[in-house]
Design a protein around this ligand. Sequence first.
Ligand SMILES: N[C@@H](CCC(=O)N[C@@H](CS)C(=O)NCC(=O)O)C(=O)O
Length: 202
Amino acid sequence: MLKLHFAPNSRAGRIVWLLEELGLEYELNKMAFHPKDLKSEEHRRRHPLGRVPVLDDGDVSIYESGAIVEYVMARYGDGGLKPAVDAPEFPEYLQWFHYCEGMVMPPINTIMVHSVLLPPDRRNPETLAQAQRLLGRAVAPVDAALEGREYLIGDFSAADIMLGHSLFMANRLGQVSDDLANLKGYVKRLEDRPAFQTAINL
Ligand SMILES: N[C@@H](CCC(=O)N[C@@H](CS)C(=O)NCC(=O)O)C(=O)O
């Protein structure tokens, strides 16, 4: 059985969300989002940086949320949540799938570090403001792409699990302006999905 190494309020939620959307069975190793669990010797054997998510599948152990999503879909997805390679939506699917870790998560990480994780005396307001500007610029094209669409490529896909999860996090951090009405509505639609609710409430 698939075993997911998980911590709440992390990218590991993407994998729970995916597994729930696909109706797959899995076992959960729920750790605290705390160095005592994530930086333990046991977890560092699974992930050298002591991060989540990590997925075990028999002899396979794999980390990087995007890679895990691709792995699960390829081995167990039965062709779901992804357009066919020759479908017109395929390039855009790839673009938004990778835009998540490539363009949106880097400023979110910096915002987290300089507004939540570091003790107040070590936070840098200039670094924070620069990351907020970068994130604002990164999410604007997503808002434009969502004009007249329910999901990123029309139908719900794994690109929504990747990028949608980041946009949910950005919104929760108060970083999605009310002017971005398409994005606000999109995050709400994602939040209404039962599989998303399961992932976020673990
Ligand atoms: N690019 C990696 C990022 C993994 C990552 O940084 N995970 C965070 C949680 S969202 C983590 O484990 N942080 C713990 C730490 O930095 O100590 C992925 O997509 O899986």
